[in-house]
Design a protein around this ligand. Structure first.
Ligand SMILES: NC(=O)c1ccc[n+]([C@@H]2O[C@H](COP(=O)([O-])OP(=O)(O)OC[C@H]3O[C@@H](n4cnc5c(N)ncnc54)[C@H](OP(=O)(O)O)[C@@H]3O)[C@@H](O)[C@H]2O)c1
Length: 273
């Protein structure tokens, strides 16, 4: 598995600002980029424009980067589809991947993620078909590893029960009130799957504004956001940030320098649930 950087820059919801913000993130020092071939929320071709500009400017080379994109079912898309909606799912995965590689100007990504299973309730035969198609993409060298996103413990257990290859990454919205996705993180830890957490700040205002976190921020001369990202790193997560603010970019990358005690990490882990 390629070593992922310790922070991922998320490119969702940036529309026309995607090229400039992604390039800014690369200049700030991010080396991991998360996107998706889902025009509704992401402008993947704009990420590709930023990469091309950064290569031209000599900021990075392709080999310096960890690029992650996603396959999204039609239900999660608008009319701007990266595949033929009448094709079977296996074909849709191949078409979506080919389109992603074109958008990103590369012959492979580092991680290819199933954006979400087809049902919130269970791992379905459609998911099994898509997953098998993604494994084929990996075997063909178009991605180094695979991941799944927006999954429950039940999805993961059912995927495992099919006997298919397991993901290298799980990417979930991480709610502090659920012990920061405690059960899914434990499943991942036991199998050496890296857990990627998103919405760490926005899903958890009760922790962000908690006096305990504020006091740690004062003591460590860090921001509350840095304390939360440092906590995420301390419990083994790979955090995402999609900040549009250059100062926040620098601060987020520096959050690994914040010192938390083991007691503080344990306390934050159970602060909200
Ligand atoms: N798999 C999925 O289904 C899925 C879903 C959602 C997101 N994602 C991925 O995760 C990425 C991150 O999304 P997110 O939901 O975590 O939200 P986000 O886009 O990172 O938004 C964070 C919010 O917190 C604010 N903020 C304040 N201080 C900050 C600081 N120091 N550092 C960072 N943000 C700060 C940001 O404002 P400023 O811009 O002013 O800093 C922004 O409004 C996305 O871009 C996407 O790549 C994946």
């Amino acid at each position: 598995m390629p070593t992922a950087p310790s922070f991922l820059y998320g490119t969702a919801w940036k529309e026309d600002r995607t090229p400039a913000l992604t390039e800014m993130a690369l200049r700030a020092g991010f080396r991991g980029i998360d996107t998706a071939n889902q025009r509704r929320h992401y402008f993947e071709a704009g990420v590709g424009q930023a990469l091309a500009a950064a290569y031209r400017a000599g900021i990075v080379t392709r080999d310096d980067l960890f690029l992650q994109t996603k396959f999204t079912y039609q239900g999660g898309q608008d009319h701007r589809l990266p595949y033929d909606p009448h094709a079977d799912l296996t074909t849709q995965v191949a078409q979506s991947m080919a389109s992603s590689l074109e958008h990103l100007g590369t012959d492979h990504v580092d991680s290819y993620v199933l954006h979400g299973p087809s049902s919130g309730a269970a791992w379905t035969p459609d998911d099994a078909e898509v997953w098998a198609a993604m494994v084929k993409e990996r075997d063909a060298g178009r991605t180094r590893v695979l991941g799944v996103s927006n999954v429950s413990l039940r999805h993961l257990s059912q995927l495992e029960a099919t006997g298919a290859a397991m993901p290298a990454f799980v990417q979930n919205r991480c709610f502090a009130r659920a012990g920061w996705d405690r059960s899914v993180r434990a499943f991942c830890r036991e199998r050496s799957i890296v857990y990627q957490g998103f919405s760490l700040l926005t899903a958890n205002p009760e922790v962000f504004h908690h006096p305990f976190v504020r006091d740690i921020a004062v003591r460590t001369r860090a921001t509350q956001a840095q304390v939360i990202f440092r906590f995420a790193l301390a419990v083994g997560m790979l955090p995402l940030t999609g900040t549009s603010d250059p100062e926040h970019m620098t601060q987020d990358l520096a959050s690994d320098t914040v010192t938390l005690t083991a007691d503080e990490v344990r306390a934050i882990e159970t602060l909200a649930g």
